[in-house]
Write a protein that binds this ligand. Structure first.
Ligand code: SF4
Length: 256
């Protein structure tokens, strides 16, 4: 039996480089409802290449929602219309036959467009480099359970560690803030004994680097949490603010 295909009109942002002016270009695709959004773009690119046209540049890697590489704004929402999934987990069955879909890159001052839908998110790497690590003394392997961590704390730290660094929170925020991303990383380590040696300098360094790259301040709209594919809570931002204040007080040698 012939599979019923969806006829979709696409308006995709095309931009040949960081310093050129981009615009939306129209495409029509006929696609299986079971295709993922990225497979739909793959098919479109195959037909563009067959016709000697420049394929659309977009990023992807694991295609199972765990690496944070894919990311685009679909009909005005980072990662598209569904909650708690990355772009690679979105399927065409979530759209209607004949629907028009607008596709554009994550837009933020700190994420300049490289080409088409690909943006430079290396600012996140730089933020991680200044604080997203722990120091461990060399020596014998510690006994299992020699640092007991309660289930509650372990679960809380794990929830924060679920951040995949996709950048959707930045794209969702009208201020282009990276507070949700940075707060998830800071909170993850602040909760655990292993994160204590760098606790103070980590939060100061990561916030300073975030500011250096031009990410905006928190808009308090919770748009970041709403669009986050991993459901990272804005409670992490409250914890980041607490960690930052604590670090500043300690670095000024004030009694807490
Ligand atoms: S907090 Fe959520 S939206 Fe922001 S980078 Fe992490 S996973 Fe992506």
């Amino acid at each position: 039996m012939d599979e019923k295909k969806l006829n979709i009109k696409l308006k995709i942002w095309r931009q040949s480089g960081p310093n050129t002016v981009g615009s939306f270009v129209d495409y029509n695709v006929s696609i299986s409802p079971d295709a993922s959004f990225l497979e739909m773009l793959d098919e479109l690119n195959n037909s563009l290449e067959k016709n000697n046209q420049d394929p659309i540049v977009f990023e992807s890697d694991c295609r199972e929602g765990i690496c944070g590489t894919c990311g685009m704004v679909i009909n005005g929402e980072p990662h598209g219309p569904l909650r708690k999934i990355a772009t690679c987990q979105l399927h065409m069955r979530n759209f209607k036959d004949g629907q028009t879909i607008w596709v554009e890159p994550f837009r933020a001052k700190a994420f300049p467009v490289i080409k088409d839908l690909a943006v430079d998110r290396s600012a996140f790497d730089k933020i991680i480099q200044v604080g997203g690590y722990i120091s461990v003394n060399t020596g014998g392997v510690p006994d299992a359970n020699s640092i007991p961590i309660s289930k509650e704390i372990a679960s809380e730290a794990f929830d924060s560690a679920a951040c995949i660094g996709c950048g959707a929170c930045v794209a969702a925020c009208k201020n282009g803030s990276a507070m949700l991303f940075v707060s998830a990383k800071v909170t993850q380590f602040a909760l655990l004994p292993q994160g204590q040696p760098e606790r103070q300098k980590r939060v100061e360094a990561m916030v300073a680097k975030m500011d250096e790259f031009g990410f905006g301040s928190c808009s308090n709209t919770y748009a970041c949490e709403a669009e986050c594919p991993k459901g990272i809570s804005v409670v992490n931002i409250a914890k980041l603010n607490h960690e930052y204040r604590l670090a500043k007080i300690k670095s000024k040698n004030v009694e807490v």
